[in-house]
Design a protein around this ligand. Structure first.
Ligand code: GLN
Length: 235
């Protein structure tokens, strides 16, 4: 038994899970164990309620436009809970389709408007018969960390003023192929187009999320050993 325990909500894990995005949860569990924490997970999907107070972390993966349309309808009922979770400064990771649905809307590849929940201030347009596909490298200018991944998306996302990019594009396309930004950060919510999955190749981000979750849940604990955990590059 570990000293600490964390509970993660896997939003729509049965519908939005392309390109091994679920590997992000394996990475979180791996690093959680190194930090003396157990990580339990629960898929929260269609017609299931989401109680933000039951969870310390959340993960929301990517998917095809068809599944996104199904999720788009249901997620409106979970909007208040997700907004509360974000405003409570709890760490969440949203990838690709999940990233798009946290924003205002996504125009799908066939021109259909897929409504998001507007929890974050970005919107996503469509490309005409084109996708951004390939390896991508970005650098986060606040932390100096470099992240490596693989992108595959039709959407072109434009972030709002309250969001910081996850990184500046060093190589690849990023949010929209125009402004050299990739992903978004708002409070403790990290959004990205990286598959691959992002946390298996970029463990610093997994550590950051887990530390925040532990500090939130155990404000009086001495987490210096967890802070000191060294992350070895895995690419
Ligand atoms: N369907 C969305 C797009 O093509 C999201 C893709 C994904 O999650 N990989 O942009």
């Amino acid at each position: 038994m570990a000293t600490y325990s964390l509970h993660l909500a896997h939003l729509y894990g049965d519908l939005l899970n392309t390109y091994g995005d679920v590997g992000n949860i394996l990475a979180l569990r791996y690093y959680a164990n190194l930090m003396d924490a157990d990580l339990t997970t629960k898929v929260i999907s269609i017609e299931q309620s989401f109680d933000p107070d039951q969870f310390d972390l959340a993960f929301f993966g990517g998917g095809q436009d068809y599944e996104q349309m199904i999720v788009s309808k249901d997620i409106q009922t979970k909007k208040d809970g997700i907004v509360k979770f974000i405003n409570d400064d709890k760490p969440m990771l949203a990838i690709c389709g999940g990233y798009q649905l946290l924003g205002h809307y996504y125009i799908g590849a066939d021109g259909e408007k897929i409504q998001g929940i507007g929890a974050l201030d970005h919107y996503t347009l469509s490309q005409d018969h084109h996708r951004f596909i390939g390896d991508i490298t970005i650098k986060n200018e606040q932390t100096g960390e470099t992240y490596h991944g693989f992108e595959n998306h039709n959407g072109k996302t434009y972030t709002g003023k309250s969001e910081q990019p996850l990184g500046v594009v060093v190589d690849g396309h990023g949010n929209n192929g125009e402004d050299h930004q990739e992903g978004a950060i708002y409070k403790q919510t990290y959004c990205s187009y990286f598959h691959g999955p992002i946390l298996t190749r970029n463990g610093e981000l997994a550590k950051r999320m887990l530390l925040k979750a532990l500090h939130n849940k155990y404000p009086d604990a001495d987490l210096s050993a967890q802070e000191a955990l060294e992350i070895k590059p895995t690419f």
